[in-house]
Each structure stands twice: as C-alpha cells, then as structure tokens.
Design a protein around this ligand. Structure first.
Ligand code: MTE
Length: 892
C-alpha cells in the first residue's frame, strides 16, 4: 500500500522536538550533558568500564547499577529519553562486550523449530526487514517507594521516573519465528529468551512469552541492536536485546544470546522470582519463605497497567501567590505530567482533581507517538520507521491542565488519574504487594499554604522521594501516626490532625541561653531511624542483639541503614514503643541518596586505629583463602599497612555490605581471625551458606560475601561486645571489672570458633600469663567442618595436655589426673569418621562435666555457636553442674 508521506527522519525529529521541548529546555538539557567519565562509584565494581550519567539516582549502592533519572530531568528531556538518562535495571554486572565480541555475537534460535539457526547481527540485518519503533519501557517497579512507605516490600525504592522512551531499531521477532518455522500447533508453546549475564547466583537472566504472542507482529516484539540512532549502550543490552512493547520492562531481555521454542515456559530463576504480583495479604516475610506464591501462574505480570504521575509542580516547588495574583495575565499554573498504559492500549483520558477526588477536570493530552503515524520513513540505519498502519500505543503521552491560581489557592492537593481505551482506570486505593510492583493508585501532591518572607506561597509536596532520601507526604503522615493509605489533605478535620503537623511553623524560637538542663546528666541511648528519634535506654537489657549495638547506633547522625539491614518486620513494629519524636528534615542531607558511602575520614586522630564505634569505615577486599570445603578467609586492607585494627580481645565488629544481586544491605557481627599484633588488614573467617535445595536463597550475608570480587569494599564499625579479656586473669564484663580468673572454659560450634580462638590466642601468646588454663570444647558436624584445625593442633602441641587428645572425654577427665599443661582441646562431631578419637554427638552434661573446669569463683565459660547449642545444651547443662550462668557464662 502507498505510504501517505515519505519525509526524512530529520523532519520528524525536528517536528517532535519543536513540539515537545521548549527551546530553552533543549539548551538546558544539552548543556547538562557533559562528557561523561566513569563515575567514581563504579571504579571498584565489575562495571568499571562503563560511563554513566552522574545525576542518575542509584538505588542499590554502587553495584549492580539500578537507577532512574531525577524526575524533573527525565520530564524536561521530552518524549525521547537521552540514552544516558534512560532508567537501568541490572540484576548483576553488565557483560563486557568489546567490538570483537560484538562482531562475533551469535543468537541461537532452537528448540521446537524446523530450522535451528545461529545468527550474527549482520545476518539479522540481511535476512529480515529492519524496523524502528518508538517504545516506552517501564519497569513494573515504577513508583514502588510509595508501597515501601506503607510497608516495606522486597524491593528497593524506585520513584516515578522508572520509565523511558527510545527509538529502537532491529527486526520483528515474528519475522524471525516465521523463518525458523516452529512446530505446529502454536498453542501451548513458549518462546524463551536468555541473556548473557554470567554472575547471577541462580543462572542467567531469562523469561518467556507464549508463541502465539511472540508471533503476532501487532505485539511489536523486536530483536534490537539500535537505540536512538546508535548501537545499544552496555547498560541497555549491547549488542543485542529484545524489546517487548507494552509489557513490563522485565520481559525485554538484554544481552540476548538464545531464543528457544519450547513446550514449557521459561524455567529461569528470575522468570519466577521477579515480575510477579502476589496477593496483597502475602507479607514480605511470607513471600520470602513460601515459594509457591511465585510459581502460581496467576501472579505472572505481562501487560503494564495504566499509570500517570505529576511532574509539574515538582517536589518542593513554590508558587508565590500574591505575586501571581497581582499579575493578572499569568494568574494560572500548568499542571503537567505523563501517562501510559500497557498492551498497546491508548490512554484516553487524564483527569485532575483539586478537591480530593470529589470532582474531576479533563486535562489536554498530547501523544508524540502519533507524529510518527503521520510519516513513513526509511533509512540505512533505522530501516523502516513506519507507524502509519499501526494502531497500538506503545509510548507514554503527556498531559496538561491549566489551573487558575485562584483554583489552586483553594486546593489542598492535586490528584491525577488516567484511563485507557480498555477503560482501565487508576484506582483510588493502593494494591500493596510484597514484590512492590505495578503501583498505580492516584498520584497525589499535597499543597501547603504558607507564608514566607511575608509573601503567601503554595509549597508542593510529592508522595515520596526516590531512594533513601526522606521526604514526601506519605512518610510525614505515617510518622504522625496516621494512615498514608487514607490521606486527607488540608485543614484539620474531625479526628484527623495530620495537617496540623505540616502546618507547624518551620522553626520554633528558642532562647539563646544554656542549651542543656543541668538536671539531665544521664546518658541516653537515643538513635535515629528514618528521621525519627527513639529512646532505647529502657530496652538495653532486653535487646536480643545486646546493649552494645544500641549504644553504637546512638549518637550516629542516622542509624536507618543499620537498623533496616538487621531487623525483621516484627522488630520494626516493636520500635514504635520507643519513638519519642521526629527530626526536622535537613535539606542539605536530603539531596544525597546513597548514605552508604562514608566521606573520607578527615580526622587525623581517627586513623590511629581503624575501627570507629560511631562511623562505618570501608575496607577493600585484597584476598580470599580457602580453609575448608565451605569456609574462606576474606582479607580486607585497612587504611595503611601499619594501621592497627583497634579491637580489644573478646570484642567483635559489625560488618555490612550491599548484596550485588538483590541490592539489599545486610549486616552481621563477626570476630576477625587476624592476630592481635597484625597490622594493616582484617581477616574474616566466613563459612558460606550458598543456595541449595533445602535453603534456596542461602545465607543472606554469606551469599553477599560470595558475590564479592577482589577490589570490592565492605564496611566495618566497632568494636562492640560486652566482654573484654584484658589479660592475666582480668576481664571486663558488662562494664564491671573482675580479676583473678584462672580457668576459662571455651565452648564453640562451627564458625563460633572465631571469638573463642581470639581469646585462646591472646592467652597463649601472652608471655606474662603462665597461669590461665583453657578448656576448649569444639562441636561440629564432620571432621572437615572443624575450622582452624591446624592452628589448634599447633597450639595444642605447644601448650596442651596430650592425654586429653587421645582418649575420649571420659578418660580425658582423667580419673583424678591433674592437668599439668595449660590447654585442653576436645572435639565432638555429630557425624564422625570411622577412626575418631574424640567424642560423638551433641554437647551433653557428661561432656560439660568432664571437659569444662568445675564451677568456682576463678572460673568462667565463654560460648559461641548456634542458639540451640547454647540454650538447650550449654546453659541448662552448666546450671545442672552448679554454675551460676548469670555470673560466669559469657555468650558471644
Ligand atoms: N535482561 C538481562 N539480561 N538482565 C537483567 O537484569 N533486567 C530486566 C530487563 N532485562 C534484565 C534484563 C528488567 S527487570 C528490566 S525493567 C529491563 O531489563 C530494564 O531495561 P533497561 O535497563 O534497558 O532500562
């Protein structure tokens, strides 16, 4: 059929740009795109070769790269998003593909097809019609932070800019499938796509579409190599990816290597454990524990749902009322934003309410995508750019409602909702889901009526700010003890006083007198989470993690990440009881997103020792050494080769890292195994609990260690712990000094050896201490699980009682034999080898009696291991043997 027009693409682009981007804005966006260098944040990551726009908001620390542009920048950039501002969702490292690898890139198409083939990118260009389509990609997680404020989901805090539009150039998947001829019938078959991601813990990224849909050219699924007139960028799938228009971004597979026609859907891990909406009653914890929710076919996401957001006014924007009202001509304000829907459905209506949903006004919509329907264009790079016969809508549209200033000045909130041609409409209520996806409830902006410098102003407040930046009316309402899911804006109404909070004067006047009350001289364990202040003083005794970790958090500018990283939802709920107030938001702080990157340490005194109780300090991984089949020593370099760690014997450190694959910050306490007199590094002995059939996710923290590469950093803080071995029988426990300890029982299970070894070494290496006697009982599953065996054997050679080693514990008790040497070591294994000289089975009273010193004023027992071992065997067993465990048993 004859095409209506044939104009060069340039004309289209000029028309589009002229219509959509005011010239001043264009200049601005060009001037804000400087030559981009590799961002400092990427320098020590596997992506260190990729240049990224510095203004992108990073959501998962430094790596992997998951980011969205600041909302105002994205919106100002117009219909086509510059590639550097295009949102990125990477589950792991970007595969390194240089020109050679790209030239040799092969796409394998196989499975239930008559003609299995392998295509290079040139083959695709030669064999099939090259086409270009404008497509908006949107991540299903767009606007997730709003869900996270209501209740934390499993995902990180995406804002409303997780969508972007580009001209994608490639071939239609439908054409390629026609060429390879899938076996008939087409029903009950799937087309599975796989990417080249190599470092994901559960295999490469992959997902599928049904064969019927994949073969439907109207669905527009493409295999693409071009984006905005250039090769794809590394972050967006260079050299080859799929684009699945109208569907959640997760269905567009990057770094595409394989397409398989199969009679089962994709079995890739992330086909099941991502891009699913679980029923709203399933909590995040349940979603973690109960896998069946993810395998339920009704939870699968494909088409995007209808959504919209307000970009103007932006968060914090101020309109000066009196000024505008005096200027009759400009007494109006253009409220503007975006809308999109899924499945090719067109957005048909965008409505604005200024009275909290009682009445709605129709906004004007522009569809830049329609401009491409007016022109058919062909060129060498783009192939055919022809939407003249396409009715599907695969792109976002822009809407505008011009409100009179008078109208605005009477309103307390601006609300937008969009509708699509299938009459899908954004709901008033949020559908919260544990996966934190498809959030599309009404987008609301609060309007604050304030006076600033004697001028009446309107200040606009968005629901949330992306990332960890605090702010927005949702948090404000929640922090005031009200329900953010039932927001009512404006003057306090009956039973609702949340706006009284927002109308509070910005600063209370205070007398410039003494800032402290002389009556108040007690130290309090105050700490800050999410801008809220908590008093943990009365919880110090009960805190399962020990008083010390509360003291560590107290006095920190912000303990949010520490708290979130380590506590369950249950613990978070308990926090409410200790809430005493809220900090005033600090603008300067709220600019930054990533709080994990501690600024360089300027205080010269701080570098005398590495550890700091008040501050997280980063240390770089310099080596990993295997010590058993599943345990490794991770060595991290301190700030200088001479620097001491600064860890008293008996104490430990907090270690935190951001999981590369999930983006989650995780934190645990560890006792380093580096020797007391070693300088310049810290060694951690890590027993890896990797994903397996019984524990599909593995250990959160140890999988995080497994993901580390040499050069990566983790952060340390400390020392912490209630016990210190000060040497020669002197200890400090719960801040009370004790002396004259002559007998130290040491009990450990598995990797619980680390704090025990630290004390053991310190006693035995202390030349001034010849009196302290040590009684070690080490419990493990198998002989190969015994950690640091060689060192224990050496110490035993030098200091041990040989009888105890060779004859099992009953004989080791010695029938009255006196221990002439200082060290007694005994092992027990639940699965011993055939010739095993030590004990078998779990720790019991017999072992405790035979192997520990008898209870006495000069004896103590230190224990570290699994809760079951401590609470079911060691504590009750020692009590039965006459120990007062409250005075003599230290649990690490
Ligand atoms: N493809 C691969 N190979 N690996 C990935 O991590 N992420 C998916 C999808 N394709 C992903 C992938 C998700 S969840 C989204 S939203 C889109 O890529 C994001 O595409 P973009 O980063 O180009 O914006």
């Amino acid at each position: 059929m004859e095409k209506p027009w044939k104009y060069p693409l340039l004309v289209v682009v000029v028309v589009v740009v002229a219509l959509l981007v005011p010239p001043a804005m264009l200049l601005l966006s060009l001037s804000t795109l400087p030559r981009i260098n590799v961002d400092e944040a990427d320098v020590n990551t596997p992506d260190k070769w990729i240049r990224r726009h510095p203004s992108m908001v990073r959501h998962t620390g430094k790596h992997p790269f998951n980011s969205e542009a600041p909302f105002d920048k994205l919106f100002a950039a117009g219909f086509l998003t510059p590639t550097s501002l295009f949102y990125v969702r990477n589950h792991g490292a970007v595969p390194y593909v240089d020109a050679d690898r790209a030239a040799n890139w092969r796409l394998r198409i196989h499975g239930l097809v008559e003609r299995e083939v392998e295509f290079s990118i040139d083959d695709l260009k030669e064999k099939f019609q090259v086409v270009t389509l404008p497509v908006t990609l949107a991540c299903a997680g767009n606007r997730r932070k709003e869900q996270n404020v209501v209740q934390k989901t499993l995902g990180f805090n995406w804002g409303p800019a997780v969508l972007s539009t580009a001209l994608f150039t490639g071939v239609y998947l439908a054409d390629v499938l026609k060429y390879v001829r899938p076996f008939r019938p087409m029903t009950n078959k799937h087309v599975i796509f796989e990417g080249a991601d190599t470092d994901l813990p559960n295999g490469p990224y992959g997902t599928s579409q049904t064969l019927r849909e994949a073969s439907d050219i109207e669905k527009g699924i493409m295999i693409v190599w071009g984006m905005n007139g250039k090769a794809l960028s590394p972050d967006h799938g260079f050299p080859l990816r799929t684009i699945t228009p109208g569907r959640v971004g997760g269905r567009s597979v990057k770094w595409l290597t394989s397409i398989e026609v199969s009679d089962t859907e994709s079995q890739h891990h992330l086909h099941f454990f991502d891009n699913r909406v679980l029923p709203t009653q399933v909590t995040a914890q349940q979603a973690r524990d109960e896998k069946h929710w993810w395998y339920n076919k009704n939870s699968l996401l494909n088409d995007l749902n209808v959504n919209s957001a307000i970009a103007h006014p932006s968060h914090g924007e101020i309109v000066q009322l009196s000024k505008l009202l005096s200027l009759q001509t400009v007494a109006s304000y253009d409220i503007r934003g975006y809308a999109y829907s899924g499945g090719g459905r067109r957005v048909t209506r965008v409505e604005i309410s200024l009275d909290q949903g009682s009445s709605w006004k129709i906004s004007d919509i522009v569809y830049p995508e329609d401009l491409y329907r007016m022109v058919a264009f062909e060129s060498k790079f783009y192939g055919t750019l022809d939407l003249t016969e396409r009715e599907t809508s695969f792109c976002w549209c822009f809407w505008k409602y011009t409100a009179s200033i008078e109208e605005l000045s009477k309103s307390d909130a601006i609300i937008v909702r969009a509708m699509d041609e299938g009459l899908g409409i954004q709901p008033q209520d949020m559908y919260w889901t544990a996966s934190g996806l498809m959030n599309n409830w009404w987008f609301r902006i609060a309007i604050h009526h304030e006076v600033k410098d004697d001028v009446d102003i309107l200040r606009f407040e968005h629901p949330t700010l992306p990332g960890v930046t605090p702010g927005g009316w949702m948090e404000r309402i929640k922090n005031a003890g009200l329900n953010p899911l039932r927001p009512e804006f404006g003057a306090p109404k009956q039973g609702n006083n949340h706006d009284a909070v927002s109308r509070r004067p910005l600063q209370e006047k205070c007398e410039p007198a003494s800032m402290t009350d002389p009556e108040v001289n007690r130290e309090k364990a105050l700490f800050v989470v999410d801008g809220n202040v908590y008093d943990g003083t009365n919880f110090l005794e009960e805190h399962p993690g020990g008083a010390d970790s509360i003291w560590l958090a107290s006095g920190e500018a912000d303990a949010t990440e520490d708290f979130i990283a380590i506590h369950s939802d249950d613990a978070r709920t308990k926090l409410k009881k200790f809430h005493i107030g809220r900090l005033q938001a600090n603008e300067a702080e709220s600019q930054g997103d990533d709080t994990t990157d501690a600024p360089p340490d300027d205080d010269p005194s701080a570098s005398v020792v590495f550890l700091d109780r008040r501050k997280w300090k980063a240390a770089r991984l310099v080596g990993v050494t295997g010590v058993s089949h599943d345990s490794f020593i991770y060595r991290f370099a301190l700030e200088s080769p001479e620097q001491p760690l600064g860890l008293p014997v008996g104490q430990h450190v907090f270690v935190r890292l951001r999981r590369k694959t999930t983006g989650e910050m995780v934190q645990r306490a560890y006792t380093p195994v580096s020797q007391q007199d070693e300088h310049g590094h810290i060694d951690l002995l890590i027993k890896l609990y990797l994903p397996c059939v019984a524990f599909p996710l593995g250990g959160k923290m140890t999988v995080g260690f497994h993901e580390l590469l040499v050069g990566d950093t983790v952060e340390f803080k400390g020392p912490l712990g209630s016990f210190v071995w000060e040497g020669k029988g002197n200890v400090r426990w719960k801040d009370v000094p004790r002396s004259g300890i002559r007998h130290l029982g040491l009990i450990c299970g598995g990797s619980g050896i680390t704090p025990i070894l630290q004390v053991l070494r310190s006693v035995l290496h202390d030349e001034d201490d010849s009196e302290t006697r040590l009684y070690l009982l080490d419990a493990n599953k198998t002989e190969s699980d015994i950690l640091c065996r060689e060192e224990l054997d050496t110490l035993y050679e030098q200091h041990g009682d040989k009888k105890a080693q060779t004859s099992g514990y009953a004989a080791a008790a010695g029938g009255g034999q006196v221990l002439l040497q200082r060290l007694k070591i005994h092992h027990t294994l639940s699965r011993p080898p055939p010739e095993w000289a030590f004990s078998t089975g779990r720790i019991d009273d017999g072992m405790l009696e035979a192997l520990m010193p008898p209870p006495a004023d000069d004896a103590m027992v230190l224990v570290c291991g699994p809760d079951g071992m401590i609470n079911d065997a060691v504590k009750p067993g020692l009590e039965r043997l006459g120990w007062d465990v409250s005075k003599a048993l230290v649990v690490f």
